[in-house]
Ligand binder design. Structure first.
Ligand code: PML
Length: 272
């Protein structure tokens, strides 16, 4: 589904969001985009079909929300994409820890993040963790923070798909994770984000910062592991409410696209 039409620069824009849950209310799938009014019905149909055919099972309830944007979305350029060369979970965890330390995140905060990501019940929202103290900063620890009101223009989407294709990663999952990571990296106070999918069959996550870009992390967890989640590290002294306001209430759209590279060894990764 092509997201926001570039043709509608001045037309009213809408956020279209899908959330599907199972019989016990458990999360099955979610997705969203920003679209001009002329394609809202198409977008709603596309997301409904996606919810109905998800590998995690048929949803008991699917909600589609259509919300008119009251402010124009902030235009962003997608983060640079690379994939770490790694052959197992140990190597990946070592790399994640090394990079997080290099960007100034304390050992205590890193351990706290892994604690969140390995908790038995995955949160739907992201945990916000102080990069120095390691303490949780999100106001509602059960809910976490949910980045929303995000999309990609149809031109940027087509460009990104073309750039991702040579590495066989031109998928909705990568596009959507990259869109979200780009919004998170641009938020006030954010130092880094670490993401592990809660899909048991998907073992590639990512570590993102504004300078590092979007670094895909294969073997971030073992196959079959249901655990996952997102952790956003905030610099010491950052105002968590400003971060939440950007993530949850400020619409953004990716209109330009950064570079996409293939696999890189850790020695080639610089963080500044
Ligand atoms: C998710 O499944 O929701 C997150 C996937 C993150 C990694 C996507 C990728 O770059 O392969």
């Amino acid at each position: 589904m092509s997201s926001n039409g570039d043709r509608s620069e001045r037309a009213a824009l809408f956020s279209v969001r899908m959330h599907a849950t199972g019989p016990g209310g458990q999360h099955i799938s979610g997705a969203e985009g920003i679209f001009p009014g002329s394609v809202v019905d198409e977008a709603a149909r596309y997301y409904t079909e996606r919810a109905m055919s998800h590998s995690r099972g048929a949803p008991a309830k699917t909600s589609i929300t259509v919300e008119a944007l009251i402010q124009p979305p902030v235009a962003l350029c997608s983060l640079r994409v690379r994939t770490l060369e790694s052959s197992d979970t140990q190597e990946t965890e070592h790399t994640i820890r090394t990079i997080l330390e290099r960007v100034g995140i304390s050992l205590r905060a890193i351990d706290s993040a892994f604690g969140v990501l390995r908790a038995e019940s995955a949160m739907r929202g992201a945990a916000m963790v102080c990069a120095r103290e390691g303490k949780r900063l999100d106001p509602d620890r059960a809910r976490g923070v949910r980045a929303s009101l995000l999309g990609i223009s149809s031109r940027a989407r087509a460009n990104l798909l073309r750039k991702l294709a040579p590495y066989s990663i031109a998928t909705d999952r990568v596009l959507e994770a990259l869109t979200l990571a780009t919004k998170v990296a641009a938020a006030p106070g954010v130092v880094a984000e670490l993401c592990v999918s809660d899909d048991p069959d998907y073992t590639t996550g990512y570590l993102a910062t504004k300078a590092l870009g979007y670094l895909r992390m294969p073997f971030i967890k073992p196959e079959g592991d249901l655990r996952g989640g997102r952790v956003i590290f905030l610099s010491e002294g950052a105002d968590p409410s400003a971060t939440v306001s950007w993530l949850e209430h400020t619409p953004v759209i990716m209109k330009r696209t950064g570079k996409v590279h293939g696999p890189v060894p850790i020695r080639k990764i610089t963080v500044l």
